[in-house]
Design a protein around this ligand. Structure first.
Ligand SMILES: Cc1cc2nc3c(=O)[nH]c(=O)nc-3n(C[C@H](O)[C@H](O)[C@H](O)COP(=O)(O)OP(=O)(O)OC[C@H]3O[C@@H](n4cnc5c(N)ncnc54)[C@H](O)[C@@H]3O)c2cc1C
Length: 375
């Protein structure tokens, strides 16, 4: 029987983050993935390392530490990663007030941008009636479509991690992981199955209260080569979602405005993020529907709300939608990560704040350090 110090279940961002830290600590590591490649939230997101969105303090420290690890990994694995920056644009005075307050607060290097300068900052024409915005250099764009596959290949090639793709883990019994293709012996098992709570450790997940968030996403056809949106582009609905704005006194007036004028967006948990991919296409999202009942059905209304919010910021030269998809992540209100120790030698880790790309490498460093006494 194959034997490893550590077997990780799931080859998404969180599984690979644990594999990286464990391999660095000198452990023999195997990763078991039910699909032929990572198939969950990690390949369905924006690829945004959102340092900019974090409240100064432990959250920001965690995101910055993860970024350092990302830079090392991207260089080693050949993952496309650029410092895109992030532009929040205001359409109404209530949004502008929140942005101005946030720009003058400590902890982030925000630059106030006038309405006239917004298009220059964006790199593409934005709507002329926008009031202004704030820009930060602290957002990185990784190529989410390729990053997991490249990281897995590199972990195997350069760090000796073994991968069992197309292999579902069906049960964990003592030190044995039962898979569809045989048993694997593990001194320790870490379950990193994202929002999959039914197959492994269902009782432990049920007792934790963790549930699921479903997000709807779109991608356009490639835009013309002359149209290059440099930063992530976000609007007012993001200001009431991200913790970096949480202490702004203007937030209550903005929330009141949204409740009165953007009720359909709030009901669907919509805040618009747009970012341009290496091939020129634009990824656009997202909506948030919470709870186990949030099934996989796509909603045309949500698509139209998302596109309407984006149109208020920028008109696309090529608006045709080439792809629509759903992504899901684990959700536990008020918690950024869930770490369970349901059995001797078994740990389960899932991020519960929808920011696993940004924080996963820091969370995994903490888990591996605690379990194995590594740095
Ligand atoms: C639409 C969307 C946009 C997002 N945007 C961002 C963003 O821009 N920035 C950011 O920081 N975060 C973002 N997130 C959140 C981020 O993508 C997630 O937090 C992160 O990817 C979760 O990684 P994971 O490894 O836990 O889960 P997943 O990526 O879902 O991976 C879990 C893996 O486990 C495998 N698996 C499950 N059960 C088994 C089993 N029994 N045996 C074997 N394999 C199994 C699955 O096949 C899957 O590949 C977004 C999420 C979504 C859905």
């Amino acid at each position: 029987m194959k034997r490893y110090d550590l077997v990780i279940i799931g080859a998404g961002m969180i599984g690979l983050a644990h594999a990286w830290h464990a391999a660095q600590a000198g452990l023999s590591v195997a990763v078991v993935e039910r699909s032929g490649a990572a198939d969950g939230a990690s390949v369905r997101n924006f690829g945004m390392l959102a340092i900019v969105a974090q409240k100064p303090g432990p959250e920001l420290d965690s995101a910055r530490a993860a970024l350092e690890a990302w830079q090392q990994i991207a260089a080693g694995a050949g993952i496309s990663m650029r410092r895109a920056g992030c532009l929040f644009a205001a359409r109404i005075p209530e949004e502008m007030q929140v942005l101005e307050e946030c720009a003058s607060a400590q902890g982030h290097a925000f630059e106030l941008v006038s309405g006239a300068d917004l298009s220059h900052r964006a790199g593409v024409p934005l709507q002329a009636d926008l009031l202004g915005g704030i820009w930060s250099p602290d957002a990185w764009k990784v190529d989410q479509r390729q990053a997991m596959a490249k990281m897995a290949a590199w972990l195997q090639r350069a760090h000796g991690v073994t991968f069992h793709f197309d292999t579902e883990a069906r049960a964990i019994a003592g030190n044995i992981v039962e898979t569809a293709t045989g048993a694997i012996h593990a001194d320790h098992v870490i379950v990193c199955a994202g929002d999959e709570f039914a197959t492994l450790l269902p009782e432990a997940f049920a007792a934790s209260g963790v549930t699921r968030c479903r997000l709807q996403m779109l991608r356009t056809v490639p835009q013309p080569a002359t149209w290059r949106l440099d930063p992530f582009l976000l609007g007012g609905l993001s200001m009431t979602r991200y913790s970096v704005f949480a202490d702004c006194s203007g937030l209550s007036a903005l929330k009141a405005h949204q409740q009165a004028r953007q009720a359909a967006c709030l009901a669907n948990g919509i805040h618009v993020i747009a970012c341009q991919e290496d091939d020129g296409s634009l990824t656009i999202g997202d909506s948030h529907h919470y709870g186990d009942g949030a099934g996989p059905a796509r909603s045309e209304e949500v698509d139209q709300l998302l596109l309407g919010e984006l149109a208020a910021l920028a008109a696309l030269p090529e608006p045709e939608i080439a792809k629509r998809w759903i992504g899901c992540y684990a959700h536990l209100p008020g918690e950024s990560a869930l770490v369970l120790h349901p059995l001797d030698g078994v740990t389960a880790v899932t991020l519960t704040n929808g920011q696993g790309m940004t924080h996963g490498l820091s969370v995994a460093r903490g888990v591996i350090g605690t379990l194995f006494g590594s740095g």
